[in-house]
Design a protein around this ligand. Structure first.
Ligand SMILES: [Zn+2]
Length: 124
């Protein structure tokens, strides 16, 4: 659901740069796939979502604090996003895709993103 913040949000750009630096080949925002994954790596049959911690309800993350005003409204909105993410994840799994979720708080630098990607996509 990166649509809320616009497509080219910063954490996503960091992940793209890191992936590019590792020589990973990817497509962007495949609208034919559930949830329009941010990056699609056909060779690895893997999709990557770069999720904002607040909007996607990153559990236990301090960036995921519900605002004090309109708390119920925001909590409901985020819960709906989480449900949609889960449903999309299941549909992608049914289609044979592996889903990798990177959180905004994990990709604050290209190096940080690259080390996660190296783990997820070994010898790339
Ligand atoms: Zn987080």
């Amino acid at each position: 659901m990166s649509a809320v913040l616009g497509k080219n949000t910063r954490p996503e750009m960091v992940v793209r740069k890191a992936a590019h630096g590792l020589g990973l080949r990817f497509r962007l925002h495949d609208r034919n796939l559930p949830g329009r994954p941010d990056l699609v790596l056909p060779k690895w049959k893997t999709v990557i979502f770069v999720n904002g911690c607040f909007w996607h309800g990153h559990e236990g993350c301090r960036r995921n604090a519900t605002p004090k005003s309109n708390a119920a409204f925001w909590a409901q909105k985020v819960a709906a996003n989480v449900r949609r993410d889960e449903a999309n994840g299941r549909r992608l799994g049914d289609l044979g895709w592996r889903v990798v979720t990177l959180w905004e708080c994990q990709v604050r630098s290209i190096d940080a993103a690259a080390s996660i990607l190296k783990r997820e996509f070994p010898k790339s």
